[in-house]
Write a protein that binds this ligand. Sequence first.
Ligand SMILES: Nc1nc2c(c(=O)[nH]1)N[C@H]1C(S)=C(S)[C@@H](COP(=O)(O)OP(=O)(O)OC[C@H]3O[C@@H](n4cnc5c(=O)[nH]c(N)nc54)[C@H](O)[C@@H]3O)O[C@H]1N2
Ligand SMILES: Nc1nc2c(c(=O)[nH]1)N[C@H]1C(S)=C(S)[C@@H](COP(=O)(O)OP(=O)(O)OC[C@H]3O[C@@H](n4cnc5c(=O)[nH]c(N)nc54)[C@H](O)[C@@H]3O)O[C@H]1N2
Ligand code: SF4
Ligand SMILES: [Mo]
Length: 817
Amino acid sequence: MENITRRDFGKLLATVAIASAGVSAIKPLFETKFAKSQTSAQEYAVPVTCAACGAACGLLFVRRGERMYLVPNLSHPQPGMCFRPASALQLWNHPLRLKKPLKRAGARGEGKFQEVDWGTALNEIAQKLREIVQKYGPESVAFTRHDHMSWILPFIASVLGTPNVIGHEGTCHAASTAARRFVLGASGPTSVDPDYENATYILLIGRNLDAAMGHVRRLAAARERGVKIVVVDPRAPNIAYSSVEWLPINPSTDAAFVLSLIYVIISEGLYDAPFLKKYTNAPFLIKPDGQPLTQKDLGQEGAAYLVYDNATKSVAPHDKAQDPALDYEGEVQTKDGVVKVKTAFKLLIERVAKYTPEVAEKITGIPADTIRRIAREFAISRGVAEDGWYTSRNGNDFDAYRAILILNALVGNIDKRGGLCFQESSRFPSTCTIFEDRIETIIGYTLPPVKAKRVDTLKYPETPGSFDALLDAIIEEKPYPIKALFIVATSPFHRDVNTEKLKKALEKLELVVSIDILPQDHIDWSDYVLPDLMFLERSEIGSVKWSLHAAVWYSHKVLDPPPGVDARDAFWALMEIIRRAFPEKAKLVDYDERYADYHAFEHYEEQFMDTALKKLADLWKLNVAEIKEALETNGFYILKKKSYETRPYKTSLATPSGKVEIYTLRALRYGLDPLPDWKPPVYKVPQAPDEFYLVNGKDNVISSHMVMVKNAKWIVDRTVWMNPADAERLGIKDGDVVELEGLDNGFKAKAVVKVTNRVKPGVLYTYAFAGGRQSKLISGEYEFLREGVNPQWFATGKVEPVVGSAPTNSSVRVRRL
Ligand SMILES: Nc1nc2c(c(=O)[nH]1)N[C@H]1C(S)=C(S)[C@@H](COP(=O)(O)OP(=O)(O)OC[C@H]3O[C@@H](n4cnc5c(=O)[nH]c(N)nc54)[C@H](O)[C@@H]3O)O[C@H]1N2
Ligand SMILES: Nc1nc2c(c(=O)[nH]1)N[C@H]1C(S)=C(S)[C@@H](COP(=O)(O)OP(=O)(O)OC[C@H]3O[C@@H](n4cnc5c(=O)[nH]c(N)nc54)[C@H](O)[C@@H]3O)O[C@H]1N2
Ligand code: SF4
Ligand SMILES: [Mo]
């Protein structure tokens, strides 16, 4: 089969008949009935990729006559599944599903709409967009997204001529991504990951076993091998994992905890000195101004970083030294006189001296003896500390994650079997490649360059994305005005901090268009709402996220929208808006009236998938037909298995020195401290007996759309958890209603308390996304979605400088009602 097309889908079903071994042995957890109109006697199993959260696990869509199920694709490098796909079919014919394009009929936020046909919606949006672009330039148009459409949106934005595609990163992984770049020269969360299959000791700091998707299986397997798992979290992990050791930590104190582990490991000599000497910048000599000593300082040719060589008792370039000293301190004659230098390692020793276990106990609430024991266990068993996914918690997170990465380096466990490993990149092609003078698109057409810079990177130079900076640009019109926003498959009121600022920005915009499947809160603030397909209704391709192997996945379209739902592909809707506003821009990528017919658009879209696969086949010198066949039948194709001990051993890292940087030289560019330190959180620290930290996170039943399905009524917990000791002190009983008041912003809301030992004293816990839904489009049996609180209401909205991470934890006063 040459091309994977939707038209081929019928053919495909025959090729993956249910008779194939294994499938019938899988037991479904839940089942959903086909709508009567779609029933048939066919039986088959087709690989799909789950989109019930941002993890993209491999599933099989199984159809047996009238029934359909989603089950794990167990041979996939990242097999699902958690509870969410078990209920994901409830999204398909969800009674609240967005069914027709909507046009706002009241004020923004009022949630009053009239249904319009697709042509009217697209023409009116296009007209408004043209006005905005003519007045303010194309850069005044912004897109926000999470995972869905993240591959395509740069293409759409480039055709329009705006750089502003700004996603979820600021409240997700901005802090850990910046830390990975600074310490390891790596990038997003998947670029580096513990090798769970071979790990011997796993430290999970603010990482939740249940949101850890494909990881759940890996962790379960690790436990079966007898691997010790330590969870550092103010709330207990789920009961299924209760054999792990839980260290209830005070929120926002992770950096102090990790710096204390480092203190113990260094002071007891448990670190891997040969690794530090050779592959990190620990032996680099640092001048009093914080800059590294280089050959330039000595007036020598070259710019090599200098170390003190124990073998020759002299200063030498790092790669020439036989035995670089780790703890040297002395004076060096430079071309500008004598300077005092210390190794980076010595500076680290001085830094962690502030965090003896006794001091750290006072900050973190974890006993000093426990800190000592964990440090020893970790070093002796060559543990691995998870490097963070959702890390926008306290406003001091960048340092916590730099410390975690340094901890891994200290025991020499980088890119080794069982250690913190670099993922093999699939080299999956982007839809746009940006050059100084042009943009090249994957389908072969060249576009003019986009001159404006992204508004968020102008404010936070190391951010992978800061939506908060986009809000600033909307409100303050600086560095330049943003006037139109497309919200594509993401839910800002639950995703982002600073609810009031978000409302103010949405009010100020001249055009707000949302493309979604359900009435999330931002829908009420939109001028137009376009109903999208859900994941089972489209064919897609991408890189496997959570596998150290380089692999690609393919997801089959297995359903059409149910009767009454006139949903259409977001890619088509956006291209049509551009074509109707700027036919000449659309022409540049050979897009014209031909594709106004929605069904004809399939041909346009197919080029993207096809060329991506062809490019991959070329890059890996593989036969494209072979990749396609594997994708169709298995749902994935492994391009390269993980090979260990490559970086930094054979290939240098993308850090300024090419080494693992325990002393992050990149920080010097921004006047940041090159070594991590602990600082208090950006929100007010609770002091009085009725004041608490309010922390939040996810669980296997939580994601912004899965909390809205019918099953969620019974399985999603919308309470606020309180420790029994606190409840007794305040005279609060399980099920009582309390008022929470934000210590920073004074925001008040009511919540039901659950009294449980699963949260440490002094801390309240609630699920992200689950509570406090406000859309007026929610009605009837879905009113339960209004229960609970949205943690974002209480967050300060104070963003970490340079990295642009917007913390979602906060502190509140509790009053019994
Ligand atoms: N169920 C579910 N799973 C998901 C998603 C989803 O929406 N729902 N989304 C996916 C995405 S996009 C991501 S980024 C990942 C995120 O996966 P994780 O990074 O594992 O995210 P969370 O579940 O939010 O876990 C954060 C944990 O940190 C704890 N915590 C809060 N504050 C602190 C603190 O100050 N210190 C410490 N040590 N711990 C703290 C919380 O109690 C919580 O258990 O999950 C993915 N998987
Ligand atoms: N307080 C707090 N805040 C957090 C977090 C937290 O733990 N606590 N987690 C943070 C993290 S890690 C992240 S990644 C963000 C995630 O925040 P979001 O990006 O909002 O989360 P998603 O679950 O990806 O949201 C999916 C959105 O797309 C819609 N949708 C689902 N499927 C489709 C589809 O096929 N097409 C279209 N067009 N729309 C679809 C859903 O209805 C929903 O609006 O939130 C961050 N914010
Ligand atoms: S973790 Fe669960 S919801 Fe998320 S992609 Fe995997 S199977 Fe789907
Ligand atoms: Mo995330």
